[in-house]
Design a protein around this ligand. Structure first.
Ligand code: FES
Length: 105
């Protein structure tokens, strides 16, 4: 799926992420800055915190309890906050836009 990552400074990176690969891994393998993935994708570090564009929140779904608890510890949590490691690319998400919080730049 084509995913557009928007850095806090507004720089957009549109990259192809294979289906089944998390949006955290997709950012790292494509050299997109602002997503670190320190815990390796276990919803345990919140360095992959992103905001899902409002038009897409229905498709990306909502965080489970563990993810939500981790997001509570992240700076700048919003209603559309997610951990990028907990969203897997799929055809349904082709065209998805996610933005990064101020703390990740
Ligand atoms: Fe650590 Fe997503 S990579 S919470």
């Amino acid at each position: 799926a084509r995913i557009t990552y928007v850095e806090f400074n507004g720089t957009a990176h549109s990259v192809e992420v294979a289906n089944g690969v998390s949006l955290m891994e997709g950012a790292i393998s494509n050299g997109v800055p602002g997503i670190d993935g320190d815990c390796g994708g276990n919803a345990a570090c919140a360095t992959c915190h992103v905001y899902v564009d409002g038009a897409w929140t229905g498709k990306t779904g909502t965080p489970n309890e563990m993810e939500d608890a981790m997001l509570d510890l992240a700076d700048g949590k919003r209603d559309n906050s997610r951990l990028a490691c907990q969203i897997l690319a799929s055809d349904d998400l082709d065209g998805l836009v996610i933005e990064m919080p101020e703390t990740q730049h």
